[in-house]
Design a protein around this ligand. Structure first.
Ligand SMILES: C[S@@+](CC[C@H](N)C(=O)[O-])C[C@H]1O[C@@H](n2cnc3c(N)ncnc32)[C@H](O)[C@@H]1O
Length: 253
């Protein structure tokens, strides 16, 4: 990486660096999504043309390893801005790269671009997705998983009721992403998944987010008084934590 990171990317990088060593064991949902994409690839026996394969925002390589098991053939290039996460794997192709700058030149005629739980961290998710699709060669594949705007309703509600800012990352809406992908790809799989996770209480939930390094926020951290108010308004265990995840697999026309 040559350019210095923009302030938000630098904050994201700092948080993921702190959580890097424990990421693999704590990122249970991401592991589940990687396994789901692995299963879908096996079932569909995706006919991958020759050419570069990459995992964009690869982190510790959960998705790369799952896809390599399913697809065989050459390794995926792990592309990520976070050195500490890339270092969790050795002897695999890696490139440290800020995806807000678009894709590295060598990926501009890719056979397969995959990405899970990374697009939402970029400054302009929809524009970057359009660029990713344009970089896939005709007959090549894009595989995407991204959490979307319907996630975390109880966090938003608790912040509203407590009259404090919601510091959750603003997640992209699913429909514009689907439309962007459909403009260039034949979608063979389009799923809008909803995962319910037990609600362990506000403090424990925020600790879980921090444990995978995903706590970076575009707003300032809540002062202690506001955090206490948020936690007082956090609903009980009868209301689950909800993740909404968009999953797309498409072939370039
Ligand atoms: C939640 S992790 C997902 C990692 C992996 N794809 C997985 O499913 O486990 C998000 C990843 O996106 C990366 N990321 C965030 N912003 C980025 C950027 N601007 N450029 C490159 N990578 C970025 C982070 O460093 C982190 O590895």
């Amino acid at each position: 990486m040559t350019e210095p990171l923009a302030p938000f990317s630098a904050a994201v990088n700092g948080c993921f660096s702190q959580g890097a060593a424990a990421y693999d064991s704590n990122a249970r949902l991401q592991r589940g999504i990687a396994a789901r994409l692995e299963g879908l690839c096996r079932r569909r026996a995706l006919p991958l043309p020759p050419g570069p394969r990459a995992d964009l925002g690869a982190g510790s390589g959960l998705l790369s390893r799952a896809l390599e098991r399913a697809l065989g053939g050459p390794s995926f290039l792990r592309v990520d801005q976070c050195a500490a996460l890339l270092e969790q794997e050795s002897l695999v192709p890696q490139q440290r790269w800020d995806l807000n700058q678009g894709l590295p030149l060598e990926l501009r005629d890719a056979a397969c671009l995959a990405s899970s739980f990374a697009l939402q961290w970029l400054e302009q998710p929809q524009e970057q997705l359009e660029h990713w699709c344009s970089c896939v060669q005709a007959g090549g594949w894009l595989l995407l998983a991204v959490p979307t705007s319907g996630s975390f309703p109880i966090w938003k509600e608790a912040a509203l009721n407590a009259a404090v800012p919601c510091t959750a990352l603003v997640l992209p809406e699913a429909q514009p992403l689907i439309a962007t992908a459909e403009a260039q790809l034949e979608l063979v799989c389009q799923q809008q998944l909803r995962f319910s996770r037990p609600n362990p209480g506000g403090l424990r939930f925020l600790q879980q987010i921090k444990a995978i390094g995903a706590q970076a926020s575009r707003g300032p951290q809540l002062p202690a008084g506001q955090l206490r108010r948020l936690l007082r308004h956090w609903p009980g265990p009868e209301q689950a934590i909800l993740w909404e995840v968009l999953l797309l697999i498409g072939q370039k026309r």
